[in-house]
Design a protein around this ligand. Sequence first.
Ligand SMILES: [Ca+2]
Ligand SMILES: [Ca+2]
Length: 407
Amino acid sequence: MRIKQHFYRIHYYTIALILLVTSVTFYTSQKSQVRALGQYQNHELADYALTFYKKDSRGNNIGHGGDACARVGLGHMADGQCKTFVDCIVSAVSAKTQQTFPGYHSGFDTHGDEVHRNSAVRGDIIQVLPGAGSILHTAIINKVLGDGSFEVIDSNWDRNGLVQVHSWRPASDARFWRMGQVGLNGPVTGSLDNIRRAPGGIYASGWSIDQDIPSATYVHLYSGDGELRPTNPGKELYADQYRQDIGTIYPKYGPGHGYSGVVAARNAGHQRVCAYGINVSGTPGGNVQLGCKDINISPDPFGKLESVTRVSGGVQVRGWTIDPDTASSINVHIYGGSGAPDPTLNQGTTALANANRNDVAAHYPGYGAKHGFNVFFPISSKKQNFCVYAINNAVNTHNPQIGCKSV
Ligand SMILES: [Ca+2]
Ligand SMILES: [Ca+2]
């Protein structure tokens, strides 16, 4: 017994140590990848490159790309080629911490981060690599013009070794490199704003931002006790919905950070829903719990018997009912006599509660309007008790009484 306990203890510590080492390694490797970027603002590459863009009094370009290399003591590279011009700009702005030469396409991948064409910003480097049908070129973005076009600063665009500023729409196989910081950094932040019962489970809404990047991120919802465990139902949502309020508070990140969706409930009764903002892979930081909220989950229908009115030949019975598990209409059973739900004792009738009730829909979002009933029940004019029962969407479950009236 003692030996066994001892074994388990060692085993436990070993697992804990492995987990610790794994998580530390993971964190460190993510961190070092980002630290590889130069400790300067990415736009400084464009600012500095522009200082080599010169014209004479007649408007002719006279700035030579090679001047950028001579300036940093790289005279041997002062040939004015497009790639060497960018190499020397990066070398100068990074205080020689990012030496991206020699070679045509070497250096940007090991000293910088590749970024998607759609998220390129000022100072990013565009490079068309050797490939079918493309002309090799390297340039620095001065402006993002949209629609895949950029205003770029480069050298040797006209095969004359001169620095130019011009618009360019690089071929689809162009690659984009980021060498500096874009001025965004910080942990995942956000909120779980609201939860409510919905068809299929629990609806949750809120927002999330990974403050390292402006792009949309993922959010994971968990129900049950809200913890990140496999026994709890989970749901992954993409937090890209428009939220004007968040765009106002976080203008660098824009308004596209809202999320909403439904996570299944683990069981009836008390449920806790927690939302987790997912750290964007390759950026510092980890996942962050954005908030938790509690809700009581009932599988039983609810509703209201609003009126029972005497009409010629019977009664008119009016009301509405919803089963919280579904947006579909459910049946109601109506009994006269004593009102007890027993067809051997009392006369009854049944109806599908599918009449439009926009007032009910407004009160219970996600369920639609088809929950009303307005039923003629042919029955004797003798005074009796009328009771309405809502029929659960699941068989062999509780069909609650939603009201009685004597007329
Ligand atoms: Ca991050
Ligand atoms: Ca139900």
